[in-house]
Design a protein around this ligand. Structure first.
Ligand code: OSB
Ligand code: MG
Length: 368
């Protein structure tokens, strides 16, 4: 396989409703879509999951484009590639910049799956025919609005509710949810909003039968999470802290978490995501697939990744219509009764809608 042409476009797409976390509120999404073509004209697609502002990780849409244009694309263009696993090795000369790397690596995975006439799920070694889907609910203006959201998502069949928390919007919120919905599968995500000084408050969360507490402490911490886990019955789930296989190994060895949320963008691509998945499986650490409010292209990669065996907990892979009036793929990602049926056609299994993407593109560039 030889990639002879790469096109990057920046899309601007408005989400149906704003999404608020402890770090900020997102509604108008700027993100990159990368198309990698080989000489026969087959295209592989990847999505950049960095945001416009570096508040989840240090990367942005601009830094991703810079890394791709000046460093990553030149490493891949016109090189002989046997298998997408080679890409992460080729990228080792460039430090970090995982989301930029994943944008291109995911496109190579899609292209490889298409060229070898198999679904991306199959190419990754996944076997599930359908995957379980949970929902991530942003911080709401009032508790009543949150309870209403939860009720709607229960009716829609989502398999677990994840509620964003931050200081001042935590215990009271969870208390109210449990009062109304004593049995629902429920978890919280703090996006690094607390420190060990908040240990007494965090210990109170143990009373609410939560599936897990996601990323309570600093985004680059692994040590303090291990200290905190010793004081909590509820498993900690690490998100921001796990950017590589080595981070996962450290966290497992220190006992920093019981669960890991894997995102292909945060860890530099699908090959690294798979390695982390395998490591967790060996150590009885459950994993699930996180989300970055992706369009259908990134979401398709999430769906394929989730078909691996140790993705045993519902992921943040809500359907297209949850986020967008119209998604840039067809068919759209559809959730029925809390499940997505994994597409069986070649590659990511959803067709990019070029006409719609053209309308949403704010800038683009072709590399040969
Ligand atoms: O922490 O998992 C997170 C969205 C943006 C940034 C970080 C996170 C999230 C979500 C939403 O929780 C996941 C999704 O629905 O795609
Ligand atoms: Mg998270």
């Amino acid at each position: 396989m030889k990639i002879t042409e790469i096109k990057i476009r920046q899309l601007s797409m408005r989400m149906k409703s704003p999404f608020s976390t402890s770090f900020g509120t997102l509604q108008d999404k700027q993100f990159l879509i990368l198309e990698a073509k080989d000489a026969s004209g087959i295209s592989g697609w990847g999505e950049g999951v960095a945001f416009e502002i570096p508040w989840y990780t240090e990367e942005t849409v601009k830094t991703s484009w810079h890394m791709l244009e000046d460093f990553l694309i030149p490493l891949v263009l016109n090189k002989d590639i046997q298998h997408p696993d080679e890409i992460s090795d080729m990228f080792k000369v460039i430090r970090q910049n995982k989301m930029a790397k994943a944008t291109l690596e995911c496109a190579v995975w899609d292209l490889y799956a298409k060229k070898t006439k198999q679904s991306l799920s199959n190419a990754l070694g996944g076997a599930k025919k359908k995957i379980e889907v949970g929902i991530s609910i942003g911080i709401q203006p009032t508790i009543d609005q949150l309870l209403q959201c939860i009720e709607n998502y229960i009716s829609a069949g989502y398999k677990r509710m994840k509620v964003k928390i931050k200081p001042g919007k935590d215990i009271d919120v969870i208390q109210a949810i449990r009062a109304k919905f004593p049995e629902i599968p429920l978890m919280v995500d703090a996006n690094s909003a607390y420190t060990l000084d908040d240990i007494e408050l965090l210990k109170k969360l143990d009373e609410y039968n939560l599936m897990m507490i996601e990323q309570p402490l600093a985004s680059d911490d692994i040590i303090d999470h291990a200290k905190l886990q010793k004081h909590l019955k509820t498993p900690i789930c690490l998100d921001e802290s796990i950017c590589s296989y080595e981070d996962a190994r450290t966290a497992i060895e220190l006992g920093s978490c019981g669960i890991i949320n894997i995102k292909f963008g945060r860890v530099g691509g699908l090959t690294e995501a798979k390695r982390i998945h395998d490591l967790c499986q060996q150590h009885n650490i459950q994993v699930w697939c996180g989300g970055m409010l992706e369009s259908g292209i990134g979401r398709a990669h999430n769906v394929a990744l989730t078909t691996l065996e140790n993705f045993v907990l519902p992921g943040d892979t809500a359907g297209s219509s949850h986020y967008w009036d119209q998604d840039i793929i067809s068919p759209e990602v559809h959730v029925e009764n809390g499940y997505i049926s994994v597409p069986e056609s070649f590659g990511i299994g959803y067709e990019p809608n070029i006409e719609l993407m053209d309308q949403l593109t704010v800038s683009q560039k072709v590399y040969r």
